[in-house]
Design a binder for this molecule. Sequence first.
Ligand code: SF4
Length: 351
Amino acid sequence: MTRDEIVSWLICDDPSPLYQRADAVRKEFCGDAIHKRAIIEFSNCCERDCHYCGIRRGNFGLTRYRMEDSQIFAAAQAAAALGYRTLVLQSGEDRYDATDRICFLIRNIKKMTNCAITLCVGERTGEEYRAMREAGADRYLLKFETSDRDLFRALRPGSSYDERINCLRRLRELDYQVGSGCMVGLPGQTPETLADDILLMKEFDFDMIGIGPFIPHPDTPLQNSSGGSLEMTLRMIALARIVTRNAHLPATTAIGSIHPQGRQMALRCGANVIMPNFTPQEFRAHYQIYPNKICINDRPADCAVCVDGMIRSLGRTVATDPGHSLKRGGRGIAQTACKSGEGSYNKRKAG
Ligand code: SF4
């Protein structure tokens, strides 16, 4: 698809043909199984001050927490006991959670469970990424948020777009399965800049892509913004599916937070992943990147039952494998490849 074609789908009156095409592409390249990833939000402390984010450093009204190792291990084991094969360890960008500690968490969770581990702990150095990969991390999620450099600079003070892109390249070189993505509905975003986001996804050929609506948080500088719409977010998910074919695409919690059927709709127009929250109840309400997040008062076990029911109600099946990348023959399976140097992204790309 060209940029103009993408823009025309973003502004057309009737996107239903786009959704049908995306669903057919999903079925052909990913099948009917939906992968479940258990998210554990182990700290809401962050040193950055992104204008769109409720856990930004400047939000002094928020109760901050860092889960203890034992609490993280218990959450991981609970998810594994319920059949989850992927754990997503997520936090703000917090140097307190030094790489040594994250490596310790990864090694121990790998011993305790048979789960793949996705990290979502922000921008780090190449050496830190290497250490975490060698400790056993399989995947890394780092959204580019927007491909519009000016918008990125305005919304993420002290952060560099080029450095973010460099981080994504470093992760690739270290043979992580790399996830990225964007927000929809940021102030100043246009159909053209959203089309550029889709083209960036295609260029990078990410293994996973998260696309969610921007939801303004009342305690941030963007509190009076209008936020992203359900329809534009669905169009972006459908376009991402069509251009990337077999990337894993989650039906995000954010889309479920702006519409009660948002996740189901996303799963019908290209998404093939769902990410239930396994953060212990006592911490959940404090991981407020955006307000009115769904499932804040539910127990993890309840979310698991709810999500399985949702999947079956759509006529789809629950995947029982770890749901590694579908790209390049499932490169995430090569857990030891990083250490041996075999099968690296660059080598495989060259081949
Ligand atoms: S978006 Fe990420 S880096 Fe920015 S303030 Fe929120 S948690 Fe921190």
